[in-house]
Design a protein around this ligand. Structure first.
Ligand code: C2O
Ligand code: CU
Length: 492
């Protein structure tokens, strides 16, 4: 069924019925997801060009990506920027699947160096995770590799290389991947909209600034001087009638910049995070949100009562005429009120699921300490627990065993967006104090400040070797990265 243009009574009733059911999906096992017997049409997502599915078999989507050097117009008024791009686009094309489907992606590398694609957040077979480790190879120049996996969880994800990531991502290799909910679990909205937020460091002529690897760029990560949304400097233009509601998905694909967003003139409810939509009890109206590098958020957006329009602003630090640092809005989207109003508004995100916190136990099973130091050659090196990647020892855990992990910042000049591959976790404490924080995550900010900490809990239910690292790409490259090996119970 396609999305009807006006909400029909049966649809509203169906939404109400589903909302009233005690959900049988628990958060401890978030996979909802046998594929539906018949395939619904792929939902329409605004904002990005989406790749057409090359396979008409039910339950399979198939895509082709070519990675090559290309040119795009990033900076208005300047020359074109030479980039590395998926199918000639920055960001890469939107890839979509319905939960539980087989996704097959043929990737050809036409770059002068090897690359891979990592599917950030997907809990899939580790051999398809796009990391180079042990016998997991890279895609050499001129070669084609086919990734194939079945995403078990609906949500907003992204894809990027996992080799020389600092350079390859900055040059333009990143894109969004959406796994759609089963049809009866999708929010009822007027539009589903994607926002890929990036920053890039450009010279005045539009070319990408050199990768200087200066001390500052390593210590703080490489911050850009140009912010882009869906590959453009100009804000996205949206018109929304009173009573209209949209679903917005945001991802921060910067190398190092944490982003703070505000929404003047809009009414925004936070409805999901990395691992998909939240149960109703967790959703909340917000004025602003901070998005660490690599993380995603899902928002339900309406015009604020009485407002004639609103904006999605990224708050950036600028210097006032008197030299003081101040937070200034940089508009990423501009919403104007369309004529008329919708008298039978759509329900938005109304489906409920059961809420189960993974654990309240705060006894820590494992500690990760994030630190930086000068090595014997007087170079900045970073590490988790004292040993930089790739020398860091592999941490062994048994599949399905709950692990409470306390991650502590011993490099206080920066926050560190910590990312774990192949698993979701809950945030259960901050600075040792229990917190009730919504949603499954794969990325969490360990705030700046000496000894600040975040405690997470996860079951490691996905066997294989998985990376965990700081998602400030320069920090990961300097060694703040390690591997956990999840041994499957059957193998013993
Ligand atoms: Cu988004 Cu290890 O990566
Ligand atoms: Cu870091």
């Amino acid at each position: 069924m396609t999305r009807p243009l006006t909400p029909s009574l049966p649809l509203l009733l169906a939404t109400a019925l589903v909302a009233g059911c005690p959900g049988n999906d628990t958060l401890v096992e978030p996979d909802t997801n046998e594929p539906a017997a018949t395939e619904s049409e792929m939902p329409q997502v605004e904002g990005l060009e989406s790749l057409p599915d090359e396979n008409d078999e039910v339950g399979v989507v198939e895509y082709t990506l070519e990675i090559d050097i290309d040119e795009v117009q990033l900076l208005p008024g300047a020359g074109a920027t030479e980039v590395w791009a998926y199918n000639g686009m920055v960001p890469g094309p939107l890839m979509q699947a319905r939960v539980g489907e087989t996704v097959r992606i043929h990737v050809t590398n036409r770059l002068p160096e090897p690359t891979t694609i990592h599917w950030h957040g997907l809990r899939i077979d580790y051999r398809m995770d796009g990391v180079v480790h042990g016998d997991l190879p890279a895609i050499a120049p001129g070669e084609t590799f086919t990734y194939e996996f079945v995403p078990p969880d609906a949500g907003t994800y992204w894809y990027h290389p996992h080799m020389r990531t600092t350079v390859q991502v900055e040059r333009g290799l990143f894109g969004m991947l959406i796994v759609h909910e089963r049809e009866d679990q999708r929010p009822d909205v007027d539009a589903d909209r994607a926002f890929v937020m990036d920053d890039i460091r450009l010279n005045e002529d539009g070319s990408i600034a050199p990768f200087a690897a200066s001390g500052m760029d390593i210590v703080h990560g490489r911050s850009g001087n140009v912010l882009t949304v869906n590959g453009q400097v100009d804000p996205v233009g949206i018109s929304l009638a009173e009573g209209g509601v949209e679903r917005w998905r945001l991802v921060n694909t910067s190398n190092a910049r944490e982003m703070l967003f505000r929404f003047p003139g809009l009414e925004v409810r936070e409805i999901g995070s990395d691992g998909g939509l939240w149960p109703q009890a967790w959703t909340r109206v917000i004025d602003e949100i901070t998005l660490p590098v690599g993380a995603r958020t899902e928002l339900e957006v309406r015009l604020a009562p009485g407002s004639t329009g609103g904006t999605l602003d990224s708050m950036v630090i600028t210097q006032s005429p008197f030299g003081q640092l101040q937070l200034s809005p940089f508009t990423m989207a501009s919403v104007r009120r369309a004529d008329g109003f919708i008298d039978a508004p759509r329900a938005g995100h109304a489906v409920d699921t059961k809420y189960e916190k993974i654990t309240s136990r705060l006894d820590v099973d494992e500690r990760f300490e994030l630190e930086a130091y000068l090595n014997a050659q007087n170079q900045v090196e970073m590490a988790i627990n004292g040993v930089p990647y790739p020398e860091a020892p592999v941490w062994q855990v048994e599949q399905g065993v709950l692990q409470v992990i306390k991650i502590t910042n011993l490099m206080p000049q920066n926050g560190h967006p910590f990312h774990l591959h192949g698993q979701f976790f809950h945030i259960i404490a901050r600075d040792g104090q229990p917190t009730d924080e919504p949603g499954w995550r794969d990325t969490v900010m360990i705030p700046a400040g000496d000894g600040r900490s975040v405690t997470i809990a996860t079951y490691f239910d996905n066997p294989g070797t998985w990376m965990y690292h700081c998602h400030i790409l320069e920090h990961a490259e300097a060694g703040m990265m390690a591997i956990v090996e999840v041994t499957s119970a059957e193998e013993d």
